[in-house]
Design a protein around this ligand. Structure first.
Ligand SMILES: C[S@@+](CC[C@H](N)C(=O)[O-])C[C@H]1O[C@@H](n2cnc3c(N)ncnc32)[C@H](O)[C@@H]1O
Length: 190
């Protein structure tokens, strides 16, 4: 989306196979792709990005503090971070955990486990996620409860119940996030 609006975009994922697939979908090489572990320090990206977006990766990363630190370090001062993550309270509501404070519990993705692929997602408390953002020098400016589409009944909830599908946490070193403005200016984005 951002590349389509003129931004210079870098896409990073830990999976070389997924990066290969993404590259194949961008034959003109508009986006720079790289396979890297975002939980490990990436000093070559320090302060290089106007905006960082992470979509549903945070819950899947074992070292979530390292991951958040890398995202924060990649931003220039005043840059914006948008993170979509599963709502930690939903792990109780959807019966993944009985005890909200059972932080660190790992769950296999059932569909992928059936195919023999070992991928896990993790439960942590909202407080722990926010503390990781604050420790990385990021402040919460907006939290968005993303609605499940009304034609898409959440199969883990009883009929008629609604709960946010996920949250988007928008963070920044001060000011109001404005990704449209950033895209028009043609920033580098991760
Ligand atoms: C649920 S998928 C979401 C992928 C993509 N954002 C999407 O919405 O289709 C989680 C992604 O996080 C990636 N991931 C997990 N741990 C990572 C890490 N330490 N560094 C970078 N990427 C990681 C996985 O390889 C996977 O592609």
């Amino acid at each position: 989306m951002l590349a389509g609006r003129g931004a210079r975009v870098t896409g990073i994922d830990i999976s070389p196979r997924l990066i290969e697939i993404a590259r194949a979908r961008d034959p003109e090489g508009t986006i720079e792709y790289r396979a890297a572990d975002l939980a490990a320090p990436l000093p070559e990206y320090a302060g290089r990005f106007d905006a960082v977006a992470s979509y549903l990766a945070l819950n899947d990363v074992y070292d979530y503090c390292g991951f958040v630190t890398s995202l924060g370090e990649a931003l220039r001062p005043g840059g914006s971070l948008v993170v979509a993550l599963n709502n930690p309270y939903s792990y109780v509501v959807r019966k993944h955990v009985a005890d909200y404070f059972d932080s660190g519990t790992a769950f296999p993705y059932r569909g992928m486990a059936a195919e023999g692929i070992k991928v896990h997602f993790y439960h942590r408390t909202l407080e722990e996620y926010l503390d990781a953002f604050y420790a990385a020098g990021l402040g919460l400016t907006k939290l968005v409860d993303v609605r499940t589409a009304s034609n898409n009944q959440d199969t883990l909830l009883p009929e008629g119940f609604r709960f946010p599908f996920m949250n988007q946490v928008l963070s920044k070193f001060g000011g109001t996030p404005n990704l449209n403005r950033l895209a028009r200016r043609g920033p580098t984005a991760l």
